[in-house]
Design a binder for this molecule. Structure first.
Ligand SMILES: O=P(O)(O)O[C@H]1[C@H](O)[C@@H](O)[C@H](O)[C@H](O)[C@@H]1OP(=O)(O)O
Length: 810
């Protein structure tokens, strides 16, 4: 994998005011020779023999880079390296880059301060300008180890542009190790000389890249999101007799959270365990199903909408009453009744009831208070059956006081209050000489007892009669809202309280894996689109069915690769949430744009006008184009032998079975949605049904290292116009064996490669072809990283020729 440093720290660029940077006074300083647009200065850092403050304790080091400008003599924090853990000789991958416009001169001094970081969570680096003699204030979570400084000129003029400086304690006395500063020569990385830099330098784990391009505070471990060794493997076949043909396979390292490691397994297992634990957790956390959680959110949202509406309609009713207007009174009552009924209906679910009990059980204690109750004006002194109502936080009853029926009564009180209002309105209108009642409740029924209980008032004031009833309705409603909000929030908190920390870790892992998978998919989709742009059958398939995306995995179900495969399986499955949209490019910028959130992403692919014009209308109109990802895995190396003899291959078996079903489902949709004439021609050419049956038999046969599964899956994918991927851990060794074998098989099956030449062609591809270049690019050595012993465990056609493999430092 390559790491490239790009650009320079924006943080650093903002420290000095522009006026100062352009100050003619600066000309007295010696400028650094440079080519326009190239960084002015780039260097990398390494420490040696660091002395830990406490003997034998581990060091997690970071270097803070500060600049002392020759005019100001003030110290400006410029950037810092990544943290390198657990070594006294850290080599930092994060370089230091000063862009061409940054005002540094040979006289500019650079100060390097080395810290031991104890608590990474505090390690946000703040920018500041300090007087030179002042050290930065102590940082929480890190302790100062030592510092060194040098002038830029000294570095540039040093032998091989390398300085080895002693690191000293702050009083300048004790030496606590050395720091090497080494200039990166321009073009070095572009020339490929630095291609051997990997994420794991001499055992030092590092996940940072392009550090200098972003302010340190917003660095989030960039490299974790980058796919490993992503390439397009293309075979183009020219033949004097047959049509030319093109075969593409995207090769990429397994999308997995490599940096987090696989000690606890991968996503497939972790997600499953998380769900199970959540469900089975006992008393402290109550498990609510996703449906209940959704219901709680829905009820809360209904309450928030309806409560103010009801209050408004209640006020309108009072206003109609004060105007003594029967029609307006009836209308207001109608609206009030409708909304109140909706409100009451919202609580029909058992959830609030059970959540109230759960809340009560979780937080015993509190004071019981008398509830408001709906009553007509005559009922003031004789409430019958009045339920106690809890108010606010302190209202949760003692255990012995809890009355499970109470909620029903509180809730029913709203309905009763409404009925009292209806009865009163009827009465008032009736007494006012109106001949019709207001209609009672929804069914046209009145509550006779309530109506009868309202006494007659000559020349009565409607407002005064209705006001206390409206107040009671609002009170009763307030009581219901209080309880419902408390209990439903409690439901939502259960989920959060239990799952938040684990959920965040899992989400991060899933995001890391997904982003790697997505990068590969976007690449594969764009390539497929470009190669098939003038194939009408393909375009029709694209918008009517969508594309199959088939991944071939070569990971073993043993040791770390189990977790890798578990990550990969989830990452690939998550790709079904991605849809593509093709738009016309309006400028030269044709980079794809990804929008959306975890549940749904849209990738906009831009095509130049001429190409865009040739697309079917549906695609031009922006129809979303879907993908159907499937993964088939067959471990082939010595680790898989161990898994088969002493371990467990069930992960591979279930992945293959599940994905077979997905593939079959795609085939079904394909057959249903593509036009009949296309299908009849397609069937004449390909017997997909037989291939699928054969694949299923092989999946179920439990044969060891059954590579037939991969061959069949790849063949089916090609016949279905799909996008092909091949993956192993680093996509350089096993992947190389597999894609070359696939290419030779295609030449044999589709392009008349004679069987006598099969092995020769295969060896030749592996020895001379682009895969050995891929290996060279990755590890600076033309050797597949296999030894004899490993190869003995490989299926026959996966062994490279003599001389192309051996001990290689990967
Ligand atoms: O490209 P890979 O097959 O994942 O490379 C493996 C190789 O197969 C194995 O023999 C060797 O010991 C290394 O583990 C390679 O993995 P790296 O990720 O270290 O390249």
């Amino acid at each position: 994998m390559e790491i490239k440093e790009e650009g320079a720290s924006e943080e650093g660029q903002h420290f000095l005011p522009t006026a100062q940077a352009n100050d003619p006074g600066d000309c007295q300083f010696t400028s650094i020779q440079k080519t326009p647009n190239e960084p002015q200065l780039e260097f990398i850092l390494a420490c040696k023999d660091l002395v830990a403050p406490v003997r034998d304790s581990k060091l997690n080091t970071l270097v803070q880079i500060s600049v002392i400008h020759p005019v100001e003599q003030s110290l400006t924090r410029y950037s810092s390296t990544e943290i390198v853990e657990g070594t006294r000789d850290p080599l930092f991958l994060t370089g230091v880059t000063f862009p061409s416009e940054y005002p540094i001169y040979e006289e500019t001094k650079i100060k390097l301060t080395v810290y031991d970081v104890k608590d990474k969570s505090h390690d946000t680096v703040r920018t500041s300008v300090l007087p030179e003699h002042k050290d930065p204030p102590p940082e929480v979570g890190r302790s100062f180890l030592g510092y060194a400084s040098f002038k830029v000129g000294e570095l540039l003029k040093s032998k091989e542009q390398l300085l080895v400086l002693s690191l000293r304690t702050s009083d300048g006395g004790k030496v606590v190790g050395t720091i090497e500063v080494s200039v990166v020569k321009m073009g070095e990385i572009e020339d490929g000389e630095a291609e051997h830099i990997t994420t794991d330098v001499q055992g030092q784990k590092c996940a940072l890249v392009c550090e200098c391009t972003a302010p340190e505070s917003v660095r989030e471990k960039t490299l974790e999101f980058v796919p490993i060794n992503l390439h397009l493997q293309r075979m183009q076949v020219h033949s004097p007799h047959l049509k030319d043909a093109l075969y593409d396979v995207i090769t990429v390292g397994a999308p997995a959270a490599h940096f987090q490691g696989f000690k606890n397994g991968g996503l497939r297992k972790l997600l499953h365990r998380f769900e199970t634990e959540r469900r089975n957790t006992g008393y402290q956390f109550i498990y609510y199903s996703p449906e209940n959680t959704a219901k709680a959110k829905e009820v809360l949202s209904n309450i928030n909408q309806l409560q103010p509406l009801i209050a408004t309609h209640a006020d309108l009713l009072l206003s109609s009453a004060s105007q003594h207007s029967p029609d307006s009174l009836k209308n207001s009552l109608k609206m009030l009744s409708e909304k109140t009924e909706l409100f009451v209906h919202a609580f029909k679910d058992q959830l609030v009831r059970s959540a109230l009990l759960a809340l009560y059980t979780a937080r015993p204690g509190g004071i019981l208070k008398k509830p408001p109750s709906p009553k007509s004006s005559t009922e003031e002194s004789s409430p019958q059956d009045q339920p106690p109502v809890m108010r606010g936080q302190d209202s949760i009853p003692h255990h012995s006081d809890y009355d499970e029926e109470e909620w029903d009564r509180v809730w029913a009180n709203v309905g009763k209050s409404l009925n009292c209002i209806i009865a009163m309105v009827d009465k008032l209108i009736e007494r006012d000489g109106g001949s019709e009642g207001s209609g009672g409740n929804n069914d046209g029924e009145k509550e006779p007892s309530l109506t009868d209980a309202i006494p007659s008032h000559p020349r009565e004031d409607w407002y005064e009669q209705l006001y206390p009833l409206i107040l009671t309705l609002k009170d009763c409603m307030g009581e219901v809202v209080n309880r419902a909000k408390q209990s439903l929030t409690f439901v939502l908190l259960q989920e959060l309280a239990y799952s938040l920390p684990q959920c965040l870790m899992l989400t991060l892992r899933r995001d890391i894996v997904f982003s790697q998978a997505l990068a590969g998919l976007v690449c594969g989709f764009i390539i497929k689109l470009q190669t098939s742009l003038y194939d009408p059958g393909f375009l029709q398939q694209l918008h009517t069915v969508g594309l199959i995306v088939q991944y071939e995995g070569l990971l073993s179900t043993y040791s770390d690769e189990i977790g890798m495969l578990e990550d990969m399986a989830v990452g690939i499955s998550d790709l079904k949430k991605v849809a593509f949209k093709i738009i016309e490019a309006k400028s030269n910028d044709v980079l794809p744009v990804i929008t959306g959130r975890r549940e749904h992403y849209v990738v906009e692919v831009k095509l130049p006008a001429r190409m865009f014009e040739s697309l079917p209308l549906q695609i031009k109109e922006g129809q979303l184009l879907h993908v159907y990802p499937v993964l088939f895995n067959v471990g082939i190396n010595e680790q898989q032998t161990l898994a088969e003899r002493f371990g467990d291959v069930s992960l591979q078996e279930s992945i293959n079975q599940e994905n077979f079903e997905l593939l079959q489902e795609y085939y079904k949709i394909f057959m249903e949605k593509m036009p009949p004439d296309y299908i009849s021609h397609f069937q004449e050419q390909n017997d997909l049904k037989a291939l699928l049956e054969n694949l299923l038999q092989n999946i179920q046969s439990k044969k060891r290292k059954n590579v037939e599964i991969m061959w069949l899956a790849a063949t089916i994918c090609r016949k279905l116009n799909g996008i092909r991927f091949t993956c192993c851990k680093s996509a350089k060794d096993r992947t190389s064996m597999s894609v070359t074998l696939e290419q030779c098989s295609i030449l044999r099956d589709e392009h008349q490669l004679h069987k006598d030449f099969f092995i020769r062609a295969l060896d030749c591809m592996r020895r001379e072809g682009c895969r050995i270049e891929n290996v060279l690019k990755n590890i600076k050595c033309r050797k597949y990283a296999f030894n004899m012993l490993q190869l003995m465990a490989f299926p026959k056609y996966y062994r490279p020729p003599e001389g192309t493999y051996g001990k290689a430092d990967t």
